[in-house]
Ligand binder design. Structure first.
Ligand code: ATP
Ligand code: MG
Length: 658
């Protein structure tokens, strides 16, 4: 079954990676921010780091003590590489910790979710209301025979019911597998089959850029070939006509109608399966990442608290879709575990106008905003006038995740969105890590544009050579995590062999991230791109992020992707795909200017041999540049690799025709 997911093999590390770009700007958090922050001194950060290393029982125990356990855990960590178990002997429940735990305090009436639909409708759910909805839906799921350990697919847009569905699953111990609503029927089918889904939750449709994405129609198409599927639950949102199959399909509202608003939370073992989620597919076939309960809960709770410094009066908005890990840990679980107010927005950032996000921030007085570099680059392209139209003074903290952020995009975010007085937390992590691993603490860490700065307490990250020795300052190498952490993936669902090969075959006992990085003299981490994407020119191995950032630093450029193609004379030639700012005109002269610009900025070895202007770059549906496709286009003009996770097929067509 679903053999297509089983093709890719491990990335092998080879020689070191040369670092060429240097960014010297440093920004300190303001005294004002630091004074109010949860962690306000570097000394405190260092103490926590030391504690985590010297007395892990105490460090993790302190965090775990904030949460509710039906039965206390006995053993902190059982580690037989590459398999870890955390908090064994304990019984807990994620949904209980997100909801019930707040109901005996004033938070009962606090907004848990503020939601804005694309057409402009707004809904607010208090903790009490969210609890009732989740209990009702948990009862609804059980009425269809869903039991502890069953897999439930969620294929929805950004509506509160998507969060309700996730929380209801975790309440009864069902395992959710959320599939991004922008994926095709085929991608949905593969993911449902790979995870043996018994029930699929979807909607008639979802609003996107003024149109309707017909989710139920795609779900019907997928369901033709999902043998394990017994039921579908359909939320009415867009009122488009849908087919309802008798006995199999049920309207969300019908299930809720007579369901009781009480449902106890299942007492689940710490290592009870929590969710399966497929990676973005930037580097190859998606992997079915498998996470378990207690460790994931603990890390979502702690990182949201530390990295976003989340406080009781914050309105926190993470713009990620619920279909990505960021949506799991930082739209739903992290903020709710902290009793915070999380904002969800249904639609596109440029609907009806390119200022929609800034309008949302102004309307709801958002104070913490977390988004992706790809979005920031799009905002830059659309023009400064859009954010400038709005009062963004409610913001106090900004974050990014997903790709290395180009220093120019960082500076734009800092100036135009943050009004120069919001710290920016550039958070490095992966679907596999479950939560943020390397990031500034906003009240403490001086930030440098383009660096994710330092590992969080409890995380032992390093940059190493092929032989496992640590790299010197500014020497490029491989990003590894040297000790297990609670929210680390437990395996790849149904494929432990690929799990071992992908993450554990390069370094014994260390987790290999697949990313290249360097540490500077202050110990700051700079991610240089995927090891798979490293370009080899004239005997030098270069990370893509640095050359791309150098191109982006030119005023004409907003986005770029660099790949290598075979060349008869040089062995390899560097090809840069470049997207220009909306007011810029492509020309042969500009190509020359850009080549010299890179030569001046980082030296002649990184000077692209060829520049290709592109209206848009091929990206995953989560917005990450797919360099592997560009590599194929640059060398053969064709694409043969997996494109199921590609966002926009027309982009490839245009690039091929160039
Ligand atoms: P696949 O594993 O299928 O190729 P993917 O790696 O894109 O997909 P994700 O788990 O969504 O799937 O992305 C994690 C990766 O994103 C990291 O390994 C890293 O390359 C990149 N990344 C995330 N955050 C940052 C950041 N702050 N700075 C630099 N890179 C980042
Ligand atoms: Mg990955």
């Amino acid at each position: 079954m679903a053999k297509t997911f089983r093709e890719a093999s491990a990335t092998n590390v080879s020689d070191s990676i040369k670092s060429v770009l240097h960014e010297e700007r440093v920004f300190n958090p303001s005294d004002e921010f630091s004074e109010e922050a949860r962690i306000s001194s570097l000394r405190r950060y260092k103490t926590l780091r030391r504690l985590a290393e010297k007395d892990p029982e105490k460090f993790w125990g302190n965090i775990a003590a904030d949460l509710h356990w039906f039965t206390p855990w006995k053993k902190l960590l059982s580690w037989r590489a590459p398999h870890a178990k955390w908090f064994t002997g304990g019984k807990t429940n994620l949904s209980y910790n997100c909801l019930d735990r707040h109901l005996n305090s004033w938070k009962k009436t606090k907004a848990a979710i503020i939601w804005e639909g694309e057409p402009g409708d707004v809904r607010t759910l208090t903790y009490q209301q969210l609890h009732s909805e989740v209990c009702k839906f948990a009862n609804g799921l059980e009425s269809l025979g869903v039991k502890k350990g069953d897999t439930v697919g969620i294929y929805m847009g950004m509506v509160p019911e998507a969060a309700i569905a996730m929380l209801a699953c975790t309440r009864i111990g069902a395992v959710h597998n959320v599939v991004f609503g922008g994926f095709s029927a085929e991608a949905l089918r593969e993911r449902m089959n790979d995870s043996n889904a018994k029930v699929l939750i979807t909607q008639d449709g979802s609003y996107r850029r003024g149109g309707i994405v017909e989710l139920k129609k795609a779900a019907d198409e997928a369901a033709k070939k999902i043998p394990t599927l017994e039921h579908m639950i359909v939320l009415k949102r867009t009122d488009n006509e849908v087919m309802m199959k008798r006995k199999r399909d049920h309207w969300w509202n019908d299930l809720m109608l007579n369901a009781s608003a009480n449902h106890g939370a299942a007492r689940l073992n710490s290592e009870h399966p929590l969710y399966i989620l497929y990676t973005s597919g930037s580097t190859g076939k998606p992997k079915g990442i498998f996470h378990t309960t207690a460790g994931n809960m603990l890390w979502a709770y702690y990182t949201t608290r530390m990295v976003f410094d989340i406080q009781d009066d914050d309105v926190y908005w993470c713009s990620a879709d619920i279909g990505w890990v960021t949506g799991h840990s930082y739209v739903v679980y992290g903020p709710l575990l902290n009793g915070a107010t999380t904002l969800m927005y249904e639609g596109a950032p440029n609907w009806p106008e390119p200022d929609r996000f800034w309008e949302v921030i102004e309307r709801h007085k958002v104070s913490i905003f977390y988004t992706a570099p790809t979005a920031i680059r799009a905002f830059m392209r659309w023009g400064d006038e859009h954010p400038q139209k709005h009062d963004l003074s409610s913001l106090r903290l900004l974050g990014t995740v997903g790709e290395p952020i180009n220093p120019k995009a960082w500076m734009w975010y800092h100036r135009l969105i943050g009004g120069k007085n919001c710290p920016i937390v550039d958070t490095w992590w992966q679907t596999e890590t479950g939560g943020i691993m390397i990031s500034p603490l906003p009240g403490v860490t001086p930030t440098k544009p383009g660096s994710a700065t330092l590992p969080l307490p409890g995380i032992q990250a390093d940059v190493v050579r092929k032989d496992g020795t640590s790299c010197n300052p500014d020497e490029g190498g491989y990003l590894v995590i040297k000790h297990p952490w609670p929210s680390m993936l437990r395996t790849l669902f149904g494929d432990d062999k690929r799990y071992k090969e992908t993450y554990w075959s390069n370094y014994k006992g260390w987790y290999f991230t697949g990313d290249g990085a360097r540490k500077d003299k202050d110990g700051y981490f700079w991610v240089m791109g995927r090891v798979d994407d490293v370009v080899n020119v004239s005997g030098h191995r270069l990370g893509t992020a640095e050359i791309e950032s150098s191109l982006v630093s030119h005023r004409a450029v907003v986005e770029s992707a660099v790949v290598a193609r075979p060349d008869e004379i040089k062995g390899n030639a560097l090809v840069a795909f470049v997207t220009l700012g909306s007011k810029m005109k492509p020309s042969a002269a500009l190509k020359e200017t850009l080549r010299s610009h890179v030569g001046r900025e980082i030296g002649s070895i990184a000077k692209p041999d060829e520049i290709r202007f592109a209206e848009a770059l091929p990206k995953t549906r989560s917005g990450k540049i797919m360099r592997r496709l560009l590599r194929e286009i640059a060398s053969t003009g064709q694409v043969s690799g997996d494109i199921t996770t590609l966002e926009d097929f027309s982009v490839l067509e245009e690039l091929r025709e160039e």
